[in-house]
Design a protein around this ligand. Structure first.
Ligand code: G1P
Ligand code: ZN
Length: 543
């Protein structure tokens, strides 16, 4: 075994987006592509001697091979120890949990989240820092800058090592500890939630379907929901992680988790349905014939947080991404705690959680989490709902309806125009930005614009700033339209249009969502000339 220094040249485009570097598998398989990025990361981190890193991924195609490459590079770069999930598996929240619990320097998570997998699908790599959360932009930008000047990388020529057996091995001078990917995470969940109450719920005949979408939440949900909580075998479906997610799109929303939605709408629907994405950080909550929007889920959990032992002392604050509905703001106000509005992406929650300013966080994109780790956490949200149902004895629909009755309802929807021409998408956004200054005061389709801007953020903890985080048009009654371009896609561009309207009157809480938002949808289309600019008369996905 020897350490090789391999000459390389910069490969353009290695700038991480909303959540790490995400590209087609074919891009990652180009010679030196992964190696250049990993070496850029190691060079940026520096001082790796004697340090511990955590390594794992969502099990998608290319995961195992990338793990071997990264292990050999870590050994060649003097890392002291790597904790790697057995079989190369670690869900994103479990990686965050392990980094924190084992006091690692950080971790490398291999995932393209909810993007499709397989040889023609997507792959991704993300670095998380010692708090367990995604690296802030200062780090990701430094890695990117390094990738633009890199001229060599270091790698051991050792043969592949066994990552399928729990135990400790030596690779060059580096220890490789293959760990059970579920154990630390399951132990944390047990401390946060009332497992006795949930066990009683299942023992009393409560039924549930958890759709793991052939992705990484499968082993976690099996071990916790069926194993520790005693739900019947078969409660978790599509539980075995597959390299191509069974050819499906592992994104837990009503469009992609159609199997679950159909089941929940049927006559024999279970009491409770849930799904999680590729790397298990997203969640969708479904009642019988009733889907819960992620924004409402955050608000409901915040309003009822004290039912769970881990949050018995109450919450210090809530943080939500800017496009997420303001349902949580009303709860924060009632609880007398602050609600922070951050740019899109979990990385912006880290400082608030570390500083103890926020306890719960959420995004409209099926992401919910808390200060227990520094990532969003799909199964955590599902266990929180189970805890809530077990304590209140109410159905999902009853819980949400009584929440709306108390706080009012924030009708909410996101319209995605996927795979549009990137040039056209940028023109649309630039045109919108030009229009912003003149929108305030204009009357549009029963609404009057209160203000319009391009969202900028100053982190209240470290003062760092983020600009151009989404164009928002806010009406005098608080209704909003937000436009932004996705930072996670790998083909063309995706325009996201977020729509929100508040309704206090309980007699108006059962209008179909798209109907309730129809006037705003029409305004959104005409202000941005969506049809003309994108050539699409309808969104490709509505959630
Ligand atoms: C999307 C979501 C965002 C989430 C991110 C990672 O990013 O919109 O809320 O944090 O995935 O899961 P986008 O593609 O919009 O940049
Ligand atoms: Zn994800």
């Amino acid at each position: 075994m020897a350490i090789q220094t391999v000459s390389s040249t910069p490969i353009p485009g290695q700038r991480p987006g909303t959540s790490g570097l995400r590209k087609k598998v074919s891009v990652f398989r180009q010679p030196h592509y992964l190696e250049n990025f990993v070496q850029s990361l190691f060079d940026t981190l520096g001082g790796l001697a004697g340090k511990t890193l955590v390594l794992g991924g969502d099990g998608r195609f290319h995961n195992r091979s990338a793990i071997q490459t990264i292990l050999k590079m870590a050994a060649a770069n003097g890392v002291g120890r790597v904790l790697v999930g057995q079989g190369g598996i670690l869900s994103t929240p479990a990686a965050s949990c392990v980094i924190r619990k084992r006091e690692a320097l950080g971790g490398i998570v291999l995932s393209a989240s909810h993007n499709p997998g397989g040889p023609d699908g997507d792959f991704g790599i993300k670095y998380n820092i010692s708090n367990g959360g995604p690296a802030p932009e200062s780090v990701t930008e430094a890695v990117y800058a390094r990738s633009e000047t890199i001229n060599s990388y270091r790698i051991s020529d050792a043969p592949d090592i066994d990552i399928d057996t729990v135990g400790t091995l030596l690779l060059e001078q580096m220890q490789v500890e293959v760990i059970d990917p579920v154990a630390d995470y399951a132990e944390l969940m047990q401390r946060l939630f009332d497992f006795d109450a949930i066990r009683k719920l299942f023992a009393g005949g409560f039924t549930m379907c958890f759709d793991a979408m052939h992705a990484v939440s499968g082993p976690y949900a099996k071990a916790i929901i069926e194993g520790m909580l005693g739900a019947p075998q078969g409660t978790v479906i599509n539980a075995v992680p597959l390299e191509d997610f069974g050819g499906l799109h592992p994104d837990p929303n009503p469009v992609n988790a159609a199997q679950l939605i159909e089941l929940m709408a049927g006559v024999d629907a279970p009491d409770f349905g849930a799904a999680s994405d590729g790397d298990a950080d997203r969640n969708m909550i479904v009642g019988r014939k009733f889907d819960v929007t992620p924004s409402d889920s955050l608000a409901v959990l915040a309003a009822n947080a004290t039912v769970a032992p881990g949050y018995r002392d109450g919450i210090k604050g809530i943080a939500r991404s800017m496009p997420t509905s303001r349902a949580a703001d009303r709860v924060a106000e009632a609880l007398g705690v602050p609600c922070y509005e951050t740019p899109t992406g979990w990385k912006y929650f880290g400082t608030l959680l570390d500083a103890g300013k926020a306890t719960l966080c959420g995004e409209e994109s099926y992401g919910t989490g808390s200060n227990h780790v520094r990532e969003k956490d799909g199964l955590w949200a599902v266990l929180f709902w189970l805890n809530l149902i077990a304590v209140t004895g109410k159905s999902v629909q009853q819980i949400v309806a009584s929440h709306w009755a108390r706080f009012g309802r924030n009708y909410y929807s996101r319209h995605d125009y996927e795979g549009i021409d990137a040039g056209a998408a940028n023109i649309l956004m630039d045109d919108l930005r030009v229009k912003l200054a003149n929108l305030a005061g204009q009357d549009m389709n029963h609404y009057t614009v209160a203000f319009a801007d391009d969202f900028s953020y100053t982190d209240p903890v470290d003062g760092s700033q983020a600009h151009k985080q989404g164009v928002r048009i806010v009406m005098t009654d608080g209704s909003r339209i937000v436009y932004r371009l996705s930072g996670t896609g790998t083909e063309g561009a995706t325009l996201r249009v977020y729509l929100e309207r508040y309704e206090a009157d309980p007699s108006m809480h059962n209008i179909p969502t798209q109907q309730a938002l129809a006037a705003l949808i029409a305004i959104a289309d005409s202000v941005a000339n969506i049809a003309a600019n994108t050539g699409r008369s309808n969104p490709s996905v509505i959630t």
